[in-house]
Design a protein around this ligand. Structure first.
Ligand SMILES: Nc1nc2c(c(=O)[nH]1)N[C@H]1C(S)=C(S)[C@@H](COP(=O)(O)OP(=O)(O)OC[C@H]3O[C@@H](n4cnc5c(=O)[nH]c(N)nc54)[C@H](O)[C@@H]3O)O[C@H]1N2
Ligand SMILES: Nc1nc2c(c(=O)[nH]1)N[C@H]1C(S)=C(S)[C@@H](COP(=O)(O)OP(=O)(O)OC[C@H]3O[C@@H](n4cnc5c(=O)[nH]c(N)nc54)[C@H](O)[C@@H]3O)O[C@H]1N2
Ligand code: SF4
Ligand SMILES: [Mo]
Length: 670
């Protein structure tokens, strides 16, 4: 019996990119713990990853390529060999390309793995093919758009400064579930005397961990921020010295927008009493170094970018940027640390094919012509569950003339619609290089165990497909470690030679952020641009959400659970049982008004669909807002549609992001 401990990295779409220690016994992973020597993880893993071996060695893992034998969606398949699978995919693609051009083929991928090589493994292949390009904007591009409108290219501040703050605001972030290391830092700051606030739409576990939680109406953060700015200006709490040296356009905001944004005027919009907004403004402005950690929830609305832009005016108004610990953190920007273009190979593109939003997959599959999408290749994503407007996505996936290939670890709801399913490795079975987006660390790892069954990594499959297509580029014959080396070989200012050597050895390292972001504003004027004439909206102002037009009375929040990550982890029975079932949290007042009782099956519906849930009457949600947590697999839910049958394909005001939280519905008993 051999037993070893191997270093690895958590591959999931989580800001923390934790360092893992994997116990391997006789070729199987038997335990996974947090690396105590990792600078950010420091031994702490979330509930999901503490038993990662149950995902890796799950009896549900796909182990051979499969060919569909039943109806699309029924899940009936027969095993085939890799040779057969690759040959049939390539011959079908060659036919499609000959008849309709390569744009009739659409790749769909997102964030099953965050490893820089495996995540981006398909780009070179589809660039060379000339396939339609996928606009990968489902998560939170509105956050970047909002930041950019105000701060230009200014890099993020160091989130570790939270330790020096005396008022920490967790704004639209469920850190206790989604960023446990940021939550740990916030709790530490609190132990050292900082006050801790949360601003959310319902009482999350994060709200339980703070001094004060403010529950607001969905999509009303911009209104709240404007009312705070109104009070700060009205009561002379501005840092005028900071503003005159660093800010462009505060006067225009103060004279044109803020007069109509008093707490009394905004109270109904955001659902907080005017007195509470006034107290928040005073405490924020009087804090020595207030620190805002901004999450993604509030960005997934028709006004999401504007909300981020408006909130980001707050630290400028009170001069928080001047103090260590003060400012706002929206995510680390380490894009320049590794030259991704050496993996994505944009130079392989002979022309620039059409771009299709991943948020509008349903429309792409059901409405697009010239050419229609005739083949969909899905890898490390589960669009039948996670993409908005599920009914439209499923109508597309049901099309008999759509040739669908899905490369997956599990027979997901998307894989059930595939013509060919390919088995994918888990992160313990392939090498990669990871960087965090919540902090500045990075780490490379090797495979800890051999591939389960006949599973292959994303890159291995694209190598095989390139050979199957008869392409001769030596690039496609590289192995994963050679691609990782392409990312490391070039020097960048982010990492010294010594740090790169540590990376090569698999040690976790900290990248050096590029500039001193709090002293220099990388905007055209060199100032924080509250007035930005290049934007459609030159000043921050109140914008409505999309769903206000829909005419349904209840705001639905498709929120996250601590026990899953998007649609991942539902294969772990223990984790799934902690979530109980697909519940709909509703306030007693709303339930009584509809004659609904706790525990009954209800249907939430709007113009896009109808979804069954188990009703949970809960004091955690304010009246008017209802919540469901997790993105459940179809086999575990009461009806045949998940929550995304209610969400829409509409986009955010900036960044073309998803508007997954911008949803209203009505609910009735079954
Ligand atoms: N356990 C777990 N961890 C995860 C994930 C998961 O599914 N489960 N998903 C991962 C991914 S892909 C991402 S992008 C991140 C996201 O992590 P976060 O940035 O935390 O984003 P969300 O959880 O989408 O939303 C955060 C909070 O915003 C609240 N919210 C919704 N609308 C509004 C609003 O209008 N205003 C305000 N103030 N709050 C609002 C929601 O109720 C939620 O509690 O988490 C990652 N980590
Ligand atoms: N209702 C609702 N919808 C949401 C969200 C929500 O909170 N609520 N969150 C949204 C957000 S923020 C995001 S980012 C998206 C995320 O959407 P996705 O990126 O699609 O995320 P997952 O649901 O985790 O699905 C990832 C899939 O990749 C597979 N996988 C993992 N590793 C590999 C690999 O190495 N190779 C291959 N081929 N497959 C692999 C996993 O088995 C899993 O099925 O969902 C969005 N949709
Ligand atoms: S999901 Fe996030 S917190 Fe959990 S182990 Fe992975 S990186 Fe760490
Ligand atoms: Mo995300």
């Amino acid at each position: 019996m051999t037993k070893t401990t191997v270093r690895s990295v958590c591959p999931y779409d989580c800001p923390d990119a934790c360092g893992l220690l994997v116990t391997v016994e006789n070729g199987r992973a038997t335990a996974v713990t947090g690396d105590p020597d990792h600078p950010v993880t420091r031994g702490l893993l979330c509930a999901k990853m503490n038993q990662y071996q149950q995902t890796v060695h799950s009896p549900r893992r796909l182990t051979t390529p499969l060919r569909r034998v039943g109806k699309k969606g029924a899940g009936a398949f027969e095993p085939i060999s890799w040779d057969e699978a690759i040959a049939s995919i390539c011959s079908r693609w060659q036919e499609i390309i000959a008849g309709h051009g390569a744009e009739a083929i659409l790749p769909y991928s997102y964030a099953g793995t965050m490893g820089l090589v495996q995540r981006n493994a398909g780009h070179a292949f589809f660039n060379k093919m000339g396939a339609s390009r996928l606009e990968r904007t489902i998560c939170s591009p509105a956050k970047d758009a909002g930041w950019k409108a105000l701060m230009g290219e200014t890099p993020a501040m160091d989130p570790a400064e939270i330790a020096q703050s005396d008022l920490v605001i967790l704004w639209g972030i469920n850190a206790a579930a989604t960023s446990i290391h940021a939550m740990r830092d916030a709790r530490t700051a609190r132990r050292h005397g900082a006050r801790l606030w949360a601003i959310d739409t319902y009482r999350t576990p994060t709200c339980d961990a703070v001094d004060e939680a403010f529950l607001i109406r969905p999509g009303s953060d911009g209104a709240l921020a404007l009312a705070l700015l109104h009070v700060i200006e009205r009561e002379g709490l501005l840092d005028r010295e900071f503003i005159s040296a660093n800010v462009l356009g505060f006067e225009e905001l103060a004279s044109r927008i803020l007069p109509d944004c008093s707490p009394a005027q905004m109270a109904d919009v955001c659902g907080l009493p005017a007195g509470v907004i006034e107290r928040m403004a005073r405490e924020y402005a009087r804090a020595e170094a207030p620190f805002i950690r901004l999450g993604s929830g509030l960005t997934r609305y028709g006004n999401g970018a504007m909300s981020v832009r408006t909130i980001s005016c707050l630290p400028a108004a009170v001069g928080a940027w001047w103090k260590t610990g003060g400012g706002i953190f929206i995510g680390a920007s380490t894009g320049g640390a590794f030259p991704l273009v050496s993996v994505t190979r944009e130079d392989f593109m002979a022309c620039v094919p059409r771009l299709i939003s991943m948020n509008q997959l349903g429309a792409a599959l059901t409405e697009l012509a010239a050419p229609p999408v005739l083949s969909l290749y899905v890898y490390h994503s589960n669009p039948a569950s996670i993409a908005p407007d599920q009914n439209s996505v499923i109508s597309g996936l049901e099309r008999e003339n759509l040739f669908t290939v899905v490369h997956e670890r599990f027979l997901t709801d998307t894989a059930r619609y595939a013509d060919i399913v390919l088995p994918a490795t888990s992160s313990l079975e392939h090498p990669d290089l990871y960087r965090s987006y919540g902090s500045y660390h990075a780490q490379r790892c090797s495979a800890a165990i051999r591939a389960v069954g006949e599973a292959k990594s994303n890159w291995e499959v694209f190598s095989l497909l390139a050979a199957g297509m008869g392409w001769g580029e030596p690039f496609f014959r590289l192995v994963t470690d050679e691609l990782i080396e392409l990312l490391l070989v070039e020097e960048t200012p982010w990492r010294s030679r010594a740090v790169t050597e540590q990376l090569r050895k698999g040690e976790p390292i900290m990248l050096a952020p590029l500039s001193a972001p709090k002293k220099q504003w990388l905007t055209p004027s060199g100032k924080i641009e509250i007035l930005n004439r290049h934007e459609t909206e030159p000043l921050p102002r109140l914008l409505p959400t999309h769903a206000v037009q829909d005419g349904y009375p209840l705001c639905l929040q498709p929120a996250v659970t601590p026990f899953a990550l998007n649609s991942s982890f539902y294969e772990q029975d223990d984790l799934r049982s902690k979530q109980n079932c697909m519940e709909l949290l509703m306030h007693r007042v709303d339930a009584e008004a509809r004659g609904l009782v706790d525990g009954q099956i209800v249907a939430a519906y709007n113009d896009r669909g109808s979804v069954r849930f188990t009703l949970l009457i809960s004091e955690r949600v304010p009246a008017g807002t209802i919540v469901t947590e997790g993105v459940w697999w179809r086999e575990f839910i009461p009806g045949d549609r998940g929550v995304n049958a209610l969400t829409s394909q509409r986009l955010t005001d900036g960044g073309r992001g998803s508007t997954l939280y911008d949803v209203t519905v009505e609910v009735r008993g079954m």
